[in-house]
Ligand binder design. Structure first.
Ligand SMILES: [Zn+2]
Length: 270
């Protein structure tokens, strides 16, 4: 977390506050989170630049500026907060405090300080390796098949591989596989055409539901106004271990698979 729906919600909420605004200054409270360039060059470089667009690519936030681009990755538990003028001190765990020309502020909050920011000439330097966007119209079943072609690995870690599909993380991988009725450990090259078609639809359904519910707030994640998403109250399997499956009543199970907590229904998923 945050994954595609949380980052999408963040970007949509921040857009009206940020587009057209000029960065006056930034306080880099956790300098090692600046990935490119140096922390000092990041701070001096961002000052005076104006945000022209704000978009999501996978789990990254990309602000195109009048010169170059700022890219941010929130990693585990990270979030952006927008603060109206006169909001006072930043919330706990604020790692970057951006000052904007209308005296509002943008805070990058990250308790585990695992996220990162980049100031680059072109965002593709950071996000160029990402696979297709699963909610785009051109993410067809054929694209999914091509991305998985020849893959003998289990399907769940492939769904988490950002070069195969951008934006899916642990929550939405588990939810997608439940909707598709596929066990997380199934080798990708053994999935039938019918299963791949179900998986393709399920990935989009799970992510779309997450966006509609304004993201998942199990741990630290909050939307830019400090509110929680609602998706955590509507998951099928994620963090529902020991509770009855909504489809069949069997108890949802959780196991560690390839290092990740993995939730599934042993009856509905084959
Ligand atoms: Zn079930």
């Amino acid at each position: 977390m945050p994954e595609l729906p949380e980052v999408e919600t963040t970007v949509r909420d921040l857009r009206p506050h940020l587009i057209g605004r000029t960065f006056i200054a930034v306080e880099t409270l956790v300098p090692r989170m600046v990935r490119t360039p140096s922390p000092d060059a990041f701070a001096s470089g961002i000052a005076g630049r104006t945000a022209q667009t704000l978009d999501r690519r996978g789990k990254f936030i990309v602000a195109r500026l009048d010169r170059g681009a700022m890219v941010a990755h929130l990693m585990m538990g990270g979030a952006f907060r927008w603060a109206a003028p006169g909001s006072g001190d930043p919330v706990r765990f604020t790692c970057f405090r951006f000052h904007l020309d209308d005296r509002s502020e943008l805070w990058l909050v990250n308790p585990r300080t695992l996220g990162g920011v980049w100031l680059v000439d072109d965002a593709s330097e950071v996000v160029g390796h990402l696979g297709p966007e699963p909610l785009d119209d051109d993410f067809t079943l054929e694209v999914l098949k091509r991305q998985l072609a020849g893959r003998t690995a289990p399907i769940k870690p492939l769904l988490l591989d950002q070069s195969i599909i951008a934006g899916v993380g642990n929550i939405y991988a588990d939810e997608s596989l439940f909707i598709a009725g596929i066990r997380p450990e199934r080798p990708a090259d053994e999935l039938t055409d019918a299963e791949l078609a179900r998986l393709h639809a399920a990935i989009r359904e799970a992510l779309d539901k997450g966006v509609r519910l304004r993201g998942t707030s199990f741990d630290d994640y909050l939307n830019p106004d400090g509110s929680k998403g609602e998706h955590q109250e509507h998951t099928n399997v994620f963090r529902r271990e020991g509770k009855p499956c909504s489809q069949c009543g069997t108890l949802i199970q959780k196991k560690t698979f390839r290092g990740r907590g993995t939730h599934y229904c042993p009856q509905c998923q084959r």
